[in-house]
Design a protein around this ligand. Structure first.
Ligand SMILES: Nc1ncnc2c1ncn2[C@@H]1O[C@H](COP(=O)(O)OP(=O)(O)OP(=O)(O)O)[C@@H](O)[C@H]1O
Ligand SMILES: [Mg+2]
Length: 577
């Protein structure tokens, strides 16, 4: 390259002006400040640098490690040791008591000498410089303060490179030039704790791919069953990509041998079920798929059958409260008695051997009992719409659906709005009853779960399932766009905070502050969530969180998309075949 061309290139890449001040450098419009570390504690904890590396601000960190000749250090240590020994002897001669500081220093040096002698440890000159950036001096001060407080809590102390900001800049950019030369001697063990590439990784060696880590483009690979519980919540506003992410997780989990059951209020999972050989049930007033809420599960080995019957009666009361509306305590006890009698009419009582093998009663039977019971008339009247007329097709029949395939989807799109929480309740109870028959790794995905928060009974029920799921090797995925409903319900909040895995996608400005509180989001994370594109979000697993982008392969995308244009295209291609 000739000289003229070289000059031109330099003009293009160089900042318009450089202004070196006492405590910062101005590169065009950008302010840069160099900080250096001047003091370390006696022990450095693993990973002490990761909070700085993972800060949401731009920082450049420059690390210099220069080996020092062992021989030279050994000589220095030897003379230091002699000095300490002399001091100790002097104290002894004067009859003074032992000084623990001298003792410790002596032991430490002895120890280090031994290790260096056997080449277990080496000595280095270590320099650590941090370059921070901002649009103004105030911004620099703010960033400096946060770095300072993070490090000082670990007894690591930093200073500005006063009057040496030019040298600082040269040392901080990747030129391998240490112009500052503020170094400390450090041996190998503490030095290893400064290795910077350790954090912000959620790459397990097992599990499925959730997406790409937006901090460093690594893969977010994770096994939700490795956590305290396998429950997940996915929160985000409509169209943010929640269902897409869930479908992708389902597809990938199926490949690894996990069974999946989905409650699908929007008819979005049918194609997924068809493609993967799953089953698809439509629960509506007119469909042929039925679930009888009076079904009883066979007890597990460690379960008391009496307890099981009692628990099922409580579940039924919860359901009937949603169906019939609020009840007085008297009505509730009448209902309790009526359900007991209804079961008894089929000879299902705590005393009957293997009562769970008897064909259970129907809603119609409960109606008959209530009708003939003193004080039961009003309840009977309210129940009637479910046992005669259009509503009876839905929950007044014996169960004819089964969880046979690896993926089972329950569609409730054609259910009346009023009946949706009822349908969800019945389906979830059915699933719960059935999964306990055979222990297996399973995921239960409840899309549009806010429907379950429309009644305190269904909210409590959902929470109860999520709480007990772990015992049955079940991970519950709760997906919702209505965050307000969840936040305002004790059960909703408990479901969110008790889920080991949480995925936040694009959020509404109206709810972000509440969310920030619950999830302890930093301001940067908060803005990230407001400005996310479709498929982008934050992924929380225990205490770790990363910004994530959900990506599917072409084939996966074809199976899980709900983009109408794409669906039409796929439809056309299928017809053309
Ligand atoms: N990661 C992604 N890559 C490509 N397309 C995506 C991605 N995530 C979502 N989409 C597309 O964006 C649209 C909205 O996504 P999705 O249906 O998952 O939103 P949602 O959050 O479930 O919304 P709602 O709360 O209304 O159900 C769909 O057409 C989907 O195919
Ligand atoms: Mg959705």
């Amino acid at each position: 390259m000739n000289e003229q061309k070289r000059q031109k290139l330099l003009d293009v890449i160089a900042p318009p002006a450089i202004d070196i001040e006492l405590d910062h450098v101005k590169l065009g419009n950008v302010f840069v400040r160099t900080l250096f570390v001047f003091s370390y504690p006696r022990f450095l904890a693993q990973n002490w640098m990761s909070p700085i590396i993972n800060m949401d601000q731009t920082v450049d960190i420059s690390i210099f490690m220069n080996p020092v000749s062992t021989e030279k250090i050994l000589k220095q240590l030897q003379s230091r040791l002699t000095g300490i020994e002399a001091e100790m002897m002097e104290r002894e001669e004067k009859g003074m008591i032992r000084d623990p500081v001298l003792d410790t220093a002596y032991r430490n040096i002895e120890d280090l000498r031994d290790k260096m002698q056997t080449a277990e440890e080496k000595m280095f000159q270590f320099g650590l410089y941090i370059l921070i950036y901002g649009k103004s001096k105030e911004e620099l001060d703010k960033t400096e303060n946060s770095i300072r407080s993070i490090l000082e809590s670990r007894l690591v102390y930093v200073k500005q490179a006063v009057y040496q900001q030019g040298e600082g800049l040269l040392s901080g950019i990747p030129l391998n030039l240490d112009e500052l030369k503020v170094t400390r001697s450090m041996n190998t063990s503490p030095l290893s704790s400064t290795f910077p590439f350790v954090s912000f990784d959620l790459s397990d060696d097992k599990g499925i791919l959730y997406g790409i880590n937006r901090h460093n483009s690594s893969l977010v690979l994770f096994d939700r069953f490795s956590l305290e519980n396998a429950n997940t919540v996915i929160l985000g506003k409509s169209g943010g990509g929640k269902s897409y992410a869930v479908k992708l997780e389902i597809l990938r989990s199926l490949m690894l041998g996990t069974d999946v059951i989905v409650i699908d209020p929007e008819n979005e999972y049918q194609y997924l079920a068809e493609t993967t050989g799953g089953s698809f049930f439509k629960v509506s007033l007119t469909s042929g798929d039925h679930i009888n809420p009076f079904d009883l599960p066979a007890p597990q080995k460690d379960e008391d059958p009496k307890e099981l019957l009692r628990a099922n009666i409580i579940t039924l009361i919860g359901l009937l409260k949603i169906m019939l509306g609020s009840m007085t305590p008297e009505e509730e006890s009448i209902l309790n008695e009526a359900i007991n009698q209804t079961y008894a009419s089929r000879d299902i009582t705590p005393g009957t051997p293997n009562f769970w093998e008897i064909t259970p009663p129907l809603m119609q039977d409960l109606f008959t009992v209530l009708e003939n019971m003193e004080g039961g008339e009003s309840l009977a009247q309210r129940l009637q719409k479910y046992t005669t007329g259009v509503y009876s097709g839905f929950l007044n029949k014996q169960t004819n659906v089964q969880l046979k395939t690896r993926l089972v989807v329950f569609n409730i799109r054609d259910m009346e709005d009023d009946l949706r929480p009822v349908a969800m309740y019945i389906i979830i109870n059915f699933i719960w009853t059935n999964i306990r028959k055979e222990l297996k790794k399973r995921i239960l995905a409840i899309d549009e779960a806010w429907w379950m928060l429309q009644h305190p009974e269904s909210a409590a029920f959902l929470f109860g399932i999520a709480k007990r799921a772990r015992k049955y090797y079940l991970g519950v995925s709760t997906i919702t766009q209505d965050i307000e409903d969840f936040m305002n319900s004790d059960y909703g909040r408990a479901i969110i905070t008790n889920s080991s895995l949480q995925i936040l996608m694009k959020q509404h400005a109206a709810t972000i502050d509440k969310l920030q509180q619950i999830f302890n989001l930093t301001d940067e994370e908060k803005y990230l969530l407001l400005e996310n594109n479709v498929g982008e979000g934050l992924f929380f697993a225990g205490t770790k969180h990363v910004a994530i982008k959900v990506v599917a392969s072409y084939v996966e995308d074809q199976i899980i998309t709900s983009d109408p244009e794409q669906l039409l295209q796929i439809q056309k291609e299928k017809e053309g075949e």
